[in-house]
Design a protein around this ligand. Structure first.
Ligand code: COA
Length: 162
């Protein structure tokens, strides 16, 4: 799996991504709307490994998002099996925010999920204060489904159906 957009290359994580991923996940601002807990190096390594295993067992996972210009890992975007359904998620290092990167990757990966993977439906949960993330979902055509609780917090669940 390899997807190219104007500025990005999106492909599978590999274990060599661990150090760069740990650097992204140790930033409290990046994790604020996830579960508000930064990851240790060991947890970041497990995350990379879990995704590599998910590619094999599920045929998808969260994917590595890299700058096309220099190959640098800047974040992730992709799918995760969740109790609510196939969850769409993304996060990026803070230095990339506000330049359309989140939208660019999300558009490409949501298209990939609906067409190549032929997923029948995809869900996403977002905290109401995470305006940028919610805007991305709406731009992609996700529709508000219901309010739900995630980690004890009220979230908005969005859904897109194939
Ligand atoms: C949420 C996140 C992925 C957004 O990525 P991004 O590259 O900054 O997003 P974009 O530049 O594509 O912007 C998307 C939209 O949000 C708007 N936006 C960006 N930052 C914003 C902010 N801080 N407040 C309000 N709106 C914002 C943009 O103007 C754009 O709106 P538009 O569609 O009207 O033009 C990024 O901030 C991130 O990684 N956050 C930490 C992890 C996270 O919260 N993940 C999502 C969990 S549900």
């Amino acid at each position: 799996m390899k997807i190219e957009t104007k500025r990005l290359i999106i492909n599978k994580f590999n274990m060599n991504d661990t150090a760069a991923w740990a650097l992204i996940e140790c930033d409290p601002k990046v994790r604020k709307f996830v579960n508000n807990k930064v990851l240790t190096y060991g947890e970041a390594k497990s995350y990379v490994l879990e995704n590599i295993e998910s590619y094999k067992s599920n045929g998808y996972g969260r994917y590595a998002v890299r700058y096309k210009s220099n190959g640098k890992l800047i974040g992730m975007c992709g799918f995760l099996n969740d109790e609510l359904g196939i969850d769409f998620g993304y996060r990026y290092s803070r230095d990339t925010w506000g330049r359309g990167i989140g939208t660019e990757a999300a558009q490409a990966i949501s298209d990939y999920g609906l067409t190549e993977l032929a997923l029948s439906s995809i869900i996403a949960t977002v905290l109401p204060e995470n305006i940028a993330s919610e805007k991305i979902l709406i731009k992609l055509g996700f529709i508000f489904d219901e309010e739900t609780y995630f980690m004890g917090k009220l979230c908005k669940k969005y859904k897109i159906v194939n």
